[in-house]
Design a protein around this ligand. Structure first.
Ligand SMILES: *Cc1c(COP(=O)(O)O)cnc(C)c1O
Length: 234
């Protein structure tokens, strides 16, 4: 099932890239494996997926312990959910990218733990682009100053921006938010801030990833579309 789901998603990604005049290799597919058991993750690995996203620290750490064996050298883990400061220490040197830097205090904690371990951590700044009161992330108008402040932290590289767009039934409803995100990243990149690369735009989920790609996403985070509905009772 996962193999076929991935084949269909791959076709959709290619079609969206073509439509937008982009190369397929500009877009990284992240399989969101939260709540999914190890055997399904292994199935996705066998189908060629190397990037996995998780939103809970404990689950992430236990999956890394099981799967980050020698046989999975290419595997990359992405922290995509709200990260509590007291849990930074468990993942700071284990993940490839933290997508969800949503406060200065969190960034400072990442800096502190990264410094202790002598590592530099790649992060994305999370933007609450729709101004949703129930969502984490900086407001659109706060993003530039937050980026500037976080860029001064020596053990952090800001790779770009991330957003969780509103849940919609028609993905076209999110097109404006995705294009705003793209514009925001272009504007900030143009300021040429030290330690700010701003070439990564993580946006688009199962319901709206093709629209996100058309608007410039470089990472799409897809869970349900790959693994099927999540079972939170497990
Ligand atoms: C769960 C989750 C996703 C994937 O959602 P689907 O709709 O299942 O594709 C993407 N991003 C974040 C931050 C998530 O928590």
């Amino acid at each position: 099932m996962i193999y076929n789901n991935l084949r269909k998603i791959e076709e959709n990604i290619i079609e969206a890239c073509n439509k937008a005049g982009r190369n397929r290799d500009e877009v990284t597919l992240i399989a969101v494996s939260k709540t999914q058991p190890i055997d399904l993750i292994e199935e996705a690995l066998e189908a060629g997926i190397v990037n996995f996203g998780e939103n809970k620290v404990q689950e992430l750490v236990s999956k890394i312990e099981v799967l980050n064996e020698d046989k999975h050298k290419d595997l990359k883990w992405h922290m995509i959910g709200h990260l509590q400061r007291n849990k930074v220490k468990y993942i700071v040197d284990k993940v490839s990218l933290i997508h969800s830097v949503d406060s200065i205090r969190l960034a400072k904690q990442i800096e502190k733990e990264a410094r202790k371990r002598g590592v530099t951590v790649d992060v994305l700044i999370e933007v609450n682009i729709a101004g949703d009161p129930d969502k984490f992330g900086f407001k659109e108008e706060e993003v530039y100053s937050a980026t500037l402040e976080i860029s001064r932290l020596e053990h952090i590289n800001i790779k770009g921006l991330m957003t969780v767009a509103p849940y919609v039934t028609d993905p076209e409803e999110n097109r404006l938010y995705f294009s705003k995100m793209k514009q925001l990243s272009v504007d900030i990149k143009a300021k040429n801030i030290d330690n700010v690369i701003m070439d990564t735009l993580s946006m688009g989920m199962t319901g709206d990833y093709t629209v996100a790609i058309e608007e410039g996403a470089t990472m799409v985070r897809i869970g349900t579309g790959i693994f099927g509905e999540r079972d939170y009772s497990l």
